[in-house]
Design a protein around this ligand. Sequence first.
Ligand code: ATP
Ligand code: MG
Length: 395
Amino acid sequence: MNCDYLMVHYGELSTKGNNRKEFISCLTGNVRHALKGLECKVEGKRDHIYVRLPNPTVEEEAIARLLSVSGIQRISPVYKCSRDEGELAACGASLIRDSMKSTFKVETKRSDKTYPLDSYAICRLIASAALKTDSRLSVDVHNPEVTLRCNLREDAAYLSLSSYPGLGGYPLGMNGKVTLLLSGGIDSPVAAYSLLRRGIKIEGLHFASPPYTSMAVIDKLKDILSVLNGFQSDIRLDVVPFTKIQEAIYEHVPEPYCITIMRRMMMRLAESWARKRKCLAIATGESIGQVASQTLESLQVINEVTNYPILRPLCVSDKVEVIETAKRIGTFDISIRPFEDCCTIFKPKKPKTHPNIEHVRRYESFFDFLPLLEEALSGINTIYMSDGEEVIPSK
Ligand code: ATP
Ligand code: MG
């Protein structure tokens, strides 16, 4: 039997109370967008989103696309069948038999309370028909190999056997947008993914130090963004010319403090840019203890330059976990391509893991960095990635 519908189960909707309407309408819009071109009919209802498939050939593709949409708990292929008792029993029985499992259970939700049979009677109706179709089948209500779910609605009965786990979280766009500091490494794309799952849109900000860093980094970032386009179809990346700032730091600041001060400069720039772009927070791929600039002491000194919220979704993740996620979402192979980052190129031999704030302030007074920050901000170049392709905006 071919399925007629996909039933989309909501993610963290139950915790959102008053925001239910916003959640459903935002997710319905995102589902419609994800299924563009497949001619599916998408309807957002109180309990689920129903996706009517134009024909069975699009089922696989539609499911694959919905697996990247945040805010979805599960996706169930659904068979629509008549409410007629005979037809319902026959349809349910053949689905159970075709599943090729030996133990099963039927669960019924009677959305239409006027239906003559109650939920228990509907379960019995379908189960006894299934037992008659195949003598090897038996019912196991505690640990069945397969569960047939029946939702009895006003227009028809909707039956489903299996479901695919979705991304969970919130619909994209519901929780605002952030400026994400995107390097060419493994961590920041995974941080992006964690934010996107949470319904937070991202705008990338990258600090480039040509000629010390090459254009290959930018190509790499475009590839990373095209993977992330699977979760957010349009992403911009703002590239900050960072060379002069970096050279000034290395000219004036004692080497062990260079990275700390460089990251403070990044944060100052990120805050100005986030405010300008109306992003509600700055996000990074930092993880506590990973490198010298990511000890709690360093983070405190780096944070001192801004009151802006800084999200660090990976702060307590293991590198192994981060790598697994990067592999699963498809950014790992891109991230491990050799590249030069401004952090690695100017890396001091002995970076400070416990920087002293008084020293940092004094070293920063050795040079006039504000005009350099202004200049960097005014030299930002923007790249737009949309559905895996770079878009050159028309003037
Ligand atoms: P890796 O996987 O090598 O750790 P990373 O991207 O985490 O890569 P780190 O040196 O650990 O690199 O930097 C920590 C965070 O700082 C990054 O996750 C990123 O958010 C930000 N960052 C570092 N370098 C840059 C850069 N050149 N442009 C923008 N953000 C950067
Ligand atoms: Mg890192």
